[in-house]
Design a protein around this ligand. Sequence first.
Ligand SMILES: [Zn+2]
Length: 418
Amino acid sequence: MCTMTRTLIRNARLFDGTGSDPYRADVLIEDGLFRAVGPDLPADGARVVDAAGRFVMPGMIDCHVHATLFGEEGLRTYARMGVTTVKDLGGAFDDAVGLRRRQREGGVPGARVLVVGAFVEGEPPSWGALFPGMEVHRSEEEIDRTIARNLDAGVDGIKLYAALPPPLVRRALARVAGAVPVTGHLTATTATEAVAAGIGGLEHLQLTLYRDLVPPEHALGPGDTMGNPAYWGKVRRGWEAIDPASSSPLIAAMHAAGTVMVPTLVLGARTDMGFSDEEDAAFTAAQRARMGARPAGPLPAPALLERSAANMLGVVRAMHAAGVSVLPGTDCGAVGVPPGFGYHLELALMARAMPARDVLLAATGRAAEWLRRDDIGVIAPGRRADCVLLDGDPLADIANARRIAAVYMDGEAVPAAG
Ligand SMILES: [Zn+2]
């Protein structure tokens, strides 16, 4: 008996993730892969899905999550929301690598997980027990051991963390030697130093670019680390004073080096925007338990938060205008962002700083490029058949990326609930 499954999506308006304008086409899915894309493909016994009046785009990619922290339930929510791949940017090493292995063995449904393993952290670590996976490094030898272990485990990237000083950032980059993409959520090393050292990506615009851009009167002191609840209010006050134009030397360096930015604008969304009941209901049980355990610091007044968020968007706008690749990530799992729904909020925030079509390209083809995955992110023959059918045109309004009629992952329809 033939077990091959064939599906023909007919008459779709197709945004294929390559940067081409949308065009009308049929999409043939066979045995988990896109087999053909073009006009009037023969059905030949395939199951036909009429997509007339609908929009089809590649499955989306979240470049920054903490899947071991939000749990498997969140991966299913992600897939239902059209996000078919997530990159886990840190958790306990065995948990992260183990989750990917169990998923590859078929035991974990939902969005596909890529992993970096643990946080490559310096000393003192930015967090205590609240965030597992802080591996402290004090010497080049310790860096060498971690990088060798991670590469042996076949990680999909390396994540350098906030307390790591410039010499150890440089050492890590030298040991990775381009084998996998390296990204950083950095503080002890500035973004400017990391870009000069050849880092591939920067996470969290708000935090990693802070020291590069903030006026001296808002400089952080030794006690201002993430574990201190007062830190977050200080950073937001600092951003109110940042002139987005001051980012142009850093942006020029990023553009020249090809460094990508994953700004995670949704980081402050819970306080700045609030969540709808539907969004709030999407938090996993694991997330609710962690949110209760994390002390919240006092935040500045809403008007100040709004001005600081506007300056962050100003920097994103300048990056995009300069040709720097700005990619969607949410930090879901580490902060109060609900799986899937938080991703669509991030797309909406990015769309305030760049055209919707560029946001969608970042969410698909560009994200796949950054992750060095030529099997996802684009609807083209030979790629994994991850795609989303939408009831509205997301290029006209990014909110339409949430009007999901169906999601396919590896050619199979993702269950609508459960
Ligand atoms: Zn994170």
